[in-house]
Design a protein around this ligand. Sequence first.
Ligand code: F6R
Length: 361
Amino acid sequence: EKAGHRHFMGKEIHEQPQTLSGVLSRYIEGDRIVLPTDYDFSATDRIQMVACGTAQIACSVAKYWFEALARLPAEVDIASEYRYREGPVGIDTTALFVSQSGETADTLAALRYARGKARAILSVVNVVESSIARDSDIIYPIHAGVEVGVASTKAFVNQLAVLLCLAIAAGVQRGEIDAQREAELVAGLKLLPGLMSQGLTIEERCEALASRLSEASDILFLGRGPMYPMAHEGALKLKEISYIHAEAYASGELKHGPIALVDRTLPVVVFAPMDPLFEKTVSNMQEVMAREGQVLLVTDADGAKQASDGVWEVLVMPRIDPVFAPILYALPAQLLAYHTAVHKGTDVDQPRNLAKSVTVE
Ligand code: F6R
């Protein structure tokens, strides 16, 4: 049932081109985004997204999409904080809950807090026969199939895909995206599964880097813009399955504290696809190198050409339109953690102290 893979997590990482293509086919018709259930994003003045763990990281990426593509103010909360904060939920607010299992206790409680206050309760779930799905006004399924590995991989990628489709639909409804731009975005989405397949070819390099990474006691992940939450995804995956301490920082925050940690023993993973923020991220990366930090740059061929001097290692990803880069860059986040854990010999599919579905608070 692991289809020739050593672990379910490895199998699920490799399934992603197919599972991504599967979910996109449910949200795309021709050159348009068509949601399985309509929701009017032009009649809402903000979106509050609430989730736990990796699902919360997907929301943090989606914040950039909702704000940039749909000009819709977006907030992201950790469910365990949101449920007790007694924050205001305006009648024009759309509340959106993201959960693979649909059973996470804090996310469900947060949903019940927002019920009767928000304009509508939307949820992005994998398990459609779940408590969160049942208590929502509208569900947007992610169609990832059963995910066995405790560390979420294909569900995370499909959460991102659905959230991006929602942001594009919102942009169209709110007059921020015209038909031509929508068609361009849809064309970009259709390229993604192929780019994911190509991206999987970094696996050999990740395997080769694993012995060095597994010696580290701490690893820092840096990124800007939507690559900042992706840095969180890299750090979370690594902590969960390899038990190595990792932290994520927005590149621009480095000099406000964490740069004090940098010395020759610290691997620093930098997510920097070629995008308008590339040069800013690279200048932060050079500050790390000036203090002998060991930089692992994750970029594309253009980025590698411009910024490889003096870095410890480069992982070269396929070139991609920056809008879609977070989905593709889930691969290095997953593969670095996976191979480091395999090298260390930890229980990749059932990491200590963790459960697939957290039904207690
Ligand atoms: C991390 C991971 C967890 C879950 C979190 C929420 O790889 O899998 O952080 O994302 O426990 O679970 P769901 O999505 O089921 O609400």
